[in-house]
Design a protein around this ligand. Structure first.
Ligand code: FES
Length: 327
C-alpha cells in the first residue's frame, strides 16, 4: 500500500524572504545548483529532510524545489534545478536568468515528504528526484539507520551528485543510468517486503507509479513518494454543484463544476494560500470540519484521505452535498 506524506492539520503561512544567490554551479547535464543565503548574513528558517522551498518567479508565481544541502547549515539553502524545456518557465528562469549576487524571493520551507523513523530505508530516486534524498541520507547516517539508494537517470552525465554519493557511500549507492542498464529493476529490489523498512521514492511519474505497484504487497505505509508533477486525475466523483461553508468567514458558497473550491472560497473573502494550484505542493491545505472531500491531489497519504479531515482545495472537490471548511 502507498503511504504518502504526513501533513500538519493547519495551513502554514510564511512570508517570502529575499535571499541572495551566493553560488550557481553546474552539477550535471542540464542541472544547476543554487546556494542561497541572507544578504545580511542572518540565520535562515530551519528545515528537515524532504522539505522544499517556494522560489518566487519575477511574475509572482512560485515553483517548488527540494532542499538538498546540509540541514545543519543554518545560513544557506541549496537547491538543484533541472532545465525543463517543456516547463512553465521556472527552470529557464533559474538556468538563464539568475546569477550569483541576484536576489530571489523564497517562501517556506515546507515539508510534505518527511523522513519518519525506521530501522532501514530504501531510497529510490529518478533523475532530479535525487534532491530530497540527499538530506535523508545525511539523516539516516546521523541516526545510524541502515540504508541503500537505487538511483536511476537517463545517462550518467545527467545524474546530479552521483560522484559525491558513490565516493562517500560506496556500494550502498547503486547508480543505474538507463542507457546502460535499462529501467530500474524494481522487481528485484521490491519483490520481498523487508522488515522495518521504509521505501522513499522521488522521481518522474512513471517511476512513482511503477514503485507504487511494486510495493502493493508491502505493509501499509511502507512507501512514501513525492511527486513534482501533477498526476493524471480521474474525473471528479460528482459533476453537480455543491455547497461549501466557510466557517470562520461566515459565508456559504456554491461551487460549480467549472470553479475550484480554492477560487470559490477566495471570491467569498476567505484567505487561503496557494502555490502550485495543481495539487502537488500542499500549500493550500485546509482543515475539513464537515462533509466528505473528493481528494484529487498528489500530496495526501491514503490514511489522510480516509480520515477526511483536511483537503487541498486547489484540486479537490466534494463527495457530499456540503463541505464545511475551517476558513
Ligand atoms: Fe499546491 Fe494546492 S496550491 S496543492
Amino acid at each position: 500500500m502507498v503511504a504518502h506524506n504526513l501533513l500538519p492539520a493547519i495551513p502554514r503561512s510564511t512570508p517570502a524572504l529575499s535571499l541572495r544567490v551566493r553560488a550557481k554551479d553546474a552539477v550535471a547535464d542540464g542541472v544547476v545548483s543554487l546556494t542561497l543565503d541572507h544578504p545580511d548574513g542572518l540565520r535562515l528558517r530551519d528545515w528537515t529532510p524532504g522539505a522544499h522551498i517556494d522560489l518566487v518567479l519575477p511574475d509572482g508565481t512560485t515553483r517548488q524545489y527540494s532542499l538538498c544541502g546540509d540541514r545543519w547549515d543554518a545560513h544557506s539553502y541549496r537547491i538543484a534545478v533541472l532545465r525543463e524545456p517543456a516547463g512553465r518557465g521556472g527552470s529557464a528562469y533559474v538556468h538563464d536568468g539568475l546569477m550569483p549576487g541576484d536576489r530571489v524571493g523564497v517562501g517556506g520551507p515546507h515539508n510534505h515528504f518527511p523522513l519518519v523513523p525506521a530501522d532501514r530505508y530504501l531510497f529510490i530516486a529518478g533523475g532530479i528526484g535525487i534532491t530530497p534524498v540527499l538530506p535523508m541520507i545525511q539523516q539516516a547516517e546521523l541516526v545510524g539507520a541502515e540504508w541503500q539508494l537505487l538511483y536511476g537517470g537517463c545517462t550518467r552525465a545527467s545524474m546530479a551528485f552521483r560522484t559525491d554519493l558513490t565516493r562517500a557511500h560506496g556500494e550502498r549507492v547503486r547508480v543505474r543510468p538507463q542507457d546502460e542498464y535499462g529501467l530500474l529493476d524494481l522487481a528485484a529490489w521490491l519483490s520481498t517486503p523487508a522488515p522495518a523498512t521504509r521505501v522513499y521514492c522521488c522521481g518522474p511519474a512513471p517511476l512513482l507509479t511503477a514503485v507504487q505497484e511494486a510495493c502493493a504487497h508491502w505493509p501499509d505505509h511502507s512507501l512514501r513518494t513525492e511527486r513534482f508533477a501533477a498526476a493524471v486525475r480521474s474525473e471528479p466523483v460528482r459533476r453537480t454543484p455543491f455547497e461549501v461553508e466557510l466557517r470562520r468567514t461566515g459565508r456559504t458558497v456554491t461551487v460549480t463544476p467549472d470553479v475550484s473550491v480554492l477560487h470559490a472560497a477566495r471570491r467569498a473573502g476567505a484567505e487561503v494560500l496557494s502555490s502550485c494550484e495543481q495539487g502537488t505542493c500542499g500549500t493550500c491545505l485546509v482543515p475539513v470540519l464537515g462533509g466528505t472531500p473528493d481528494h484529487r491531489d498528489a500530496v495526501l497519504a491514503d490514511h489522510e484521505r480516509a480520515a477526511g479531515d483536511c483537503m487541498l482545495p486547489c484540486v479537490s472537490r466534494s463527495h457530499s452535498d456540503r463541505l464545511v471548511l475551517d476558513l
